[in-house]
Design a protein around this ligand. Structure first.
Ligand SMILES: Cc1ncc(COP(=O)(O)O)c(C=O)c1O
Length: 429
């Protein structure tokens, strides 16, 4: 039988010779895509569909790690970017697009009075932390969620190799929906915490007034509150999670979906704090690169004038509702559950006795990829997912849930796996 992933496997061997882990992004690497049963390299995309290097077609529910809000090769974004490219991309002086896009962000995000741009989300979160440290003249930070690859954050995870101990000792984790865990940090480091940075929501919804309580607690203790809305920013509401939950932080970081896959991020917030940008150093050659800004102008204008975020939520809700029904139908509550915001929902997998969640997920991914679905335990909606795409996903789960259940009950999941299961990875959410 023809190997469906033949070219992927060939490119993998070539890539491994010249690129450590064969990927620039951990979440796109063979640590997450089981080699031999996965597409490993994508050739092109259109709307919510992508084609791998073997010519296999997929409906993509990963959406370039949530960076594609409208869909691959959105006609308006492509047109604006092409036009900008013809006029030049990076210049010796700032371009008017920097101001124009900043003005839209100020209009959309409740906390935004001033804006600075970066390329990756990590640029924005790291700049926000430096800003908060400068503003408060304090060193320690409290974190909740994932905030990027830089020392100040990644040092607080188990993936901290290469981060100096002195840096690691300045970052402290608190738990979502657990105000006491943040209170304890303020007691442990009185007058020393510069910033509380958190994803306003990821897998679970905020309970009661949790976000407001965090805001009050940070304020009482003189810390800057930063909502890391790299994901939620262009997704949960026109003005991000801060609008959805009606809790306005001091600073916000946005990225990912801001420019429909073009590299752009931003830190924005209160003028009084943002003006410290003039004193700290946050500066990069490509900070004002105009192709990405032209893309962002189109994305933000569409978010402002069309039902983009409303559609992400309403289409995503159909997925959540459908999965809830399928879990019931196949009596797989002990294996799967669904959670999260409809625009970014999670299919969570439990370990079952001796069978780890990694084993079950490897089988799940193997079977989804074979049926032309790219999803790694979450559903990242784009404006281009249609009812038909959602039906295809649900029909796939309708086949795969009972297949996995039978595998578990007959204790033969390892026989159904065509490759070795994925190894456990560090968890940030
Ligand atoms: C909430 C959040 N913050 C920050 C980052 C870092 O962004 P980037 O990978 O673009 O540096 C990510 C990336 O996944 C993220 O999800």
């Amino acid at each position: 039988m023809k190997n469906r992933y033949r070219n992927s496997d060939i490119y993998l061997q070539r890539a491994l010779n010249v690129i450590p882990l064969a990927s620039q992004t951990f979440s796109k690497s063979i640590t997450q895509f089981p080699q031999g049963v996965s597409p490993l390299f994508i050739e092109r995309g259109q709307g919510c569909r992508v084609w791998d290097v073997d010519g296999n077609e997929y409906i993509d529910f990963m959406n370039a790690l949530l960076s594609v809000t409208l869909g691959y090769n959105d006609a308006d974004v492509t047109k604006a970017v092409q036009k900008q490219i013809e006029n030049g991309v990076s210049f010796s002086l700032p371009h008017r697009l920097e101001t124009e896009v900043a003005e839209i962000i100020v209009e959309l995000f409740p906390c935004a009075e001033m804006v600075r741009f970066g390329k990756n989300g990590t640029d924005a979160t790291s700049a926000a932390i430096r800003l908060a440290r400068a503003y408060t003249d304090r060193d320690h930070v409290a974190v909740c969620g994932y905030h990027g690859w830089q020392d100040w954050y990644i040092g607080s995870t188990t993936r901290n190799l290469g981060v100096p101990k002195a840096v690691r000792e300045l970052t402290h984790t608190f738990c979502y929906n657990d105000l006491d865990s943040l209170q304890e940090l303020f007691e442990q480091f009185p007058g020393q915490i510069a910033a509380v940075i958190m994803e306003p929501m990821n897998v679970t919804w905020p309970k009661g007034g949790f976000l407001n309580d965090v805001k009050e607690l940070a304020k009482r203790n003189g810390a800057v509150l930063i909502f890391d809305e790299i994901i939620t920013g262009c997704r949960f509401a026109k003005g991000g999670a801060q609008e959805l939950f009606n809790v306005v932080p001091d600073l916000v970081t946005i990225g990912k979906g801001l420019a429909n896959g073009f590299p752009l991020s931003a830190v924005a917030g209160k003028k009084e704090i943002m003006l410290f940008m003039e004193k700290i150093f946050f500066s990069g050659t490509f900070g004002g690169e105009t192709a990405s800004l032209a893309a962002a102008q189109v994305v933000l204008t569409k978010i402002m004038n069309q039902n983009v975020v409303e559609t992400l939520a309403s289409q995503g809700k159909k997925i959540i509702d459908g999965i809830v029904q399928l879990i019931k139908k196949h009596e797989v509550e002990y294996i799967f559950s669904v959670s999260g915001h409809p625009s970014w929902s999670f299919l969570q997998t439990n370990a079952v006795e001796q069978i780890s969640s990694w084993d079950i997920n490897t089988l799940l991914f193997q079977e989804l990829f074979a049926r032309g679905i790219i999803a790694l335990g979450c559903h990242n909606m784009s404006y281009s997912h249609t009812d038909e795409d959602i039906l295809s996903l649900l029909n796939t789960y309708d086949e795969v849930f009972p297949f996995i259940r039978t595998g578990i009950e007959q204790q033969n999941i390892h026989k159904l796996l065509k490759v070795n299961p994925l190894k456990p990875l560090f968890k940030v959410r």
